[in-house]
Design a protein around this ligand. Sequence first.
Ligand code: GDP
Length: 290
Amino acid sequence: MVLDDLGSSLRGTLDRLQGKTRLDEEDVEEVVREIQRSLIQADVEIDLVMELSDSIEQRALEEEPPGGTTARDFVLRIVYEEMVDLVGESTDLPLEPQTILLAGLQGSGKTTTAAKMAWWFSKKGLRPAVIQTDTFRPGAYDQAKEMAERAEVTFYGDPDADDPVQIARDGLAATEEADIHIVDTAGRHALEEGLIDEIQEIDAVVEPDRSLLVMDAALGQGAKDQAQRFEEAIGIDGVAITKLDGTAKGGGALTAVNETDSSIAFLGTGETVQDVERFEPNGFISRLLG
Ligand code: GDP
């Protein structure tokens, strides 16, 4: 059965439905309340929580459970289907030559994610290159270079240059032999004009096949604004959630996916280049509801 490792209080509520074959209104309300509570705690935006719980409630009350299905399995299936509908499948990433641009605020984990993704593609038999254009954050060049070395992938950066657009242009030219180009960009502490202008200029030069928004799992209410701004500026095709090895559940990513009409591509689960996973809906949904 899907969603085996649910959070204890939702599981408790569902387990109380175990012997039943029909759900009454009170049962549905209790399950819906429990789901709302879990999702709000997981930092999912309130409008989304309400939208989701309304659909679950409506379906659970209106649909007829298929014969032989217990009330518990019936409601669990509805919850799962509605969540999958919202979260979506993993962002499509064909194993073929492509250029990927990473966007996000400073500290979100872009540089780390660039190296992780390069490592991931190299394990799939491709030849990735990381191009570091962050001239804003001191130490970004050294960190990116070191991580690319650990991932054993090609690296391009220029610690003496101060024009990120020129670095991107030179970087693409210098790494022509690579088939996957991952372009890391500078973040800022907040959504400032300079940041948006800069990434738009880099976007125009790089012409990426995909642009991914890198987002800290702990980002809650700020997720909507960030996703909107980057979507307007460069168009977002997918989200990489970082720091899922911490306690944060990553509900902000759901907001971002919803705002950008995209999906989740990668999950970051630690500080080393190997700590990366492709997104898979079941585990993530269980975590949000847990
Ligand atoms: P950037 O400013 O967006 O390039 O962010 P960095 O890649 O420098 O990451 C900021 C901090 O978060 C660094 O200390 C990273 O080691 C850490 N970090 C990034 N991804 C993860 C992750 O998945 N798990 C953990 N625990 N730390 C991470």
